[in-house]
Design a protein around this ligand. Structure first.
Ligand code: FAD
Length: 445
């Protein structure tokens, strides 16, 4: 592409900064606009005066991503990461413990046998999960969790929601076994772009996940504008020609956007190519970080709650995997509450939220109220893309292209895909490489 005018990048999270870093390496002029007053987006990290550190929801990074970005040497090894499910007052490890429940293992085995030779992928999430995990596991665990996480009934969700979850149970068993043998938290369900293997494990950067963004942004100060929300993306003859920021027009050769797809659709003026994406919905989420005395309070790092009597669907005791995030003898548990904007959870005051969490956590940690030390609350309106059937065709179209040659939509919310940071990184590099070299291929660069 002939590039005299700069490329505009919308957003300074992992995706926008990966794009900026890649353009800089290739000597392509660009300008990055970030609406907020700091970089990192969903990869932001926070510390408090009592020595506790948090990310935006619990965040796990891989050694492969840390090395690719150049912060591998500044990371600590995560030795353990495990998940469990809370069912009828008991905890079952995932997947081994659940498979020990006879009705789960029997329905799983019979489903797998019936699936032999079946080629068609079901279009509904409800059928997809039953075929993949067996009826019992799907009905009692997977589907209620997907519903809590998406805020929609399983029959209204497309099977694409399954693509965002860890691969087959067999692969999970292999990766979990590799973890036990190597004493490293082998990543499972965190990568799709690059292969998962015993050689890819979790690490954590000293200083939090925002360190990844800090490294990507090194040497780019002159090209980054903070507090600069892109207000419009102007298209003429199906080509982006300029962006409007704080009332000022910037002529551009292309736009790389990381804004949520539905917001991007509204920013674009002069084309209806993104009309479909305007309907996409994201699930808002409230994260309540609770501080406690004591360690290893939950049965494992992540505890899932498929039963509807809990106001949350997940607890993460991040300090089980990353003990350095809290002072000695103390821990942090992050409570994930799915909500809708303006519903009772989204609008609930912080003290009430904490009270609600503590009341429900006592089922798992009976002396939680005695151990409780304090809290902080974070909210985001865009935690998860919701894969509704009603716009599945538009989602599929959008996943191929924005239909405007010089407009890329990248990143987790930009691609409308439940992606982790490593996939955001590799996909962004590949897509930006294709944009500047006029190619469409799947080569990772
Ligand atoms: C609860 C939760 C847990 C997660 N856990 C993990 C994990 O364990 N491991 C992992 O690898 N990943 C995890 N992720 C995913 C990870 O956070 C994201 O994949 C990644 O941070 C997305 O980066 P991004 O740049 O695509 O988007 P964002 O971080 O959302 O960045 C987009 C940026 O664009 C800016 N912006 C938006 N609109 C405009 C505009 N009009 N003009 C200018 N700027 C604009 C925003 O302010 C924002 O800074 C998790 C995500 C969530 C929600």
């Amino acid at each position: 592409m002939e590039i005299q005018k700069p490329i505009a990048i919308v957003g300074g999270g992992v995706a926008g900064l990966t794009a900026a870093n890649f353009l800089k390496q290739n000597n392509i002029p660009f300008i990055l606009f970030e609406a907020g007053n700091k970089l990192a987006g969903l990869a932001a990290s926070f510390t408090d005066s009592d020595g506790f550190s948090y990310d935006f929801g619990a965040h796990f990074v891989t050694n492969r991503l840390a090395n690719a970005i150049g912060v591998g040497a500044e990371c600590r090894l995560v030795k353990h990461y495990g998940e469990a499910v809370w069912l009828k007052g008991k905890s079952y490890s995932y997947p081994f413990g659940l498979l020990k429940i006879p009705r789960m293992s029997l329905s799983f085995v019979s489903t797998r046998m019936n699936a032999l030779g079946r080629k068609q992928t079901p279009s509904l999430a409800s059928e997809w999960f039953s075929q993949k995990y067996g009826r019992a596991l799907a009905q009692e665990v997977a589907l209620p969790l997907i519903e809590a996480w998406s805020g929609a009934e399983a029959e209204n969700l497309s099977s694409a929601v399954g693509a965002s979850l860890p691969g087959s149970i067999f692969k999970t068993l292999y990766l979990k076994t590799a973890s036990l043998i190597t004493g490293r938290a082998v990543a499972c369900g965190y990568n799709k772009e690059m292969p998962e293997s015993a050689g890819v494990w979790h690490v954590y950067p000293n200083g939090g996940t925002s360190i990844l963004c800090k490294k990507l942004a090194e040497g780019l100060d002159d090209y980054i504008k903070l507090n600069s929300s892109v207000e419009e993306i102007l298209v003429e003859n199906e080509k982006v020609v300029s962006v409007k920021v704080k009332g000022e027009m910037y002529p551009v050769s292309a736009v790389i956007s990381t804004a949520p797809a539905n917001i991007l659709a509204k920013l674009v003026k002069g084309s209806s190519a993104l009309k479909g994406a305007a309907k996409f919905r994201y699930r808002p989420m409230v994260f309540v970080n609770l501080r406690f005395t004591g360690r290893d309070l939950l049965p494992d790092t992540v505890l899932w709650f498929p039963e509807k009597n809990f106001p949350f669907f997940r607890l993460t005791e991040v300090t089980r995997s990353m003990p350095w995030l809290a002072p000695e003898g103390k821990s942090i548990i992050t409570v994930d509450i799915g909500c809708e904007k303006d519903d009772e959870f989204w609008t609930m005051n912080e003290e009430k939220l904490v009270e609600l969490c503590l009341q429900n956590i006592v089922e798992v940690i009976p002396d939680a109220k005695k151990r409780y030390l304090g809290y902080n609350v974070l909210r985001t309106p865009i935690a998860y893309p919701v894969f509704l059937n009603e716009y599945e065709k538009e989602r599929k179209d959008f996943s191929k292209s924005t239909n405007i040659d010089n407009l890329l939509s990248i990143g987790r919310n930009g691609e409308f895909s439940h992606m982790f940071m490593e996939d955001v990184y590799w996909r962004t590099r590949k897509k930006v490489n294709n944009l500047i070299n006029h190619k469409v291929d799947d080569k990772i660069v």
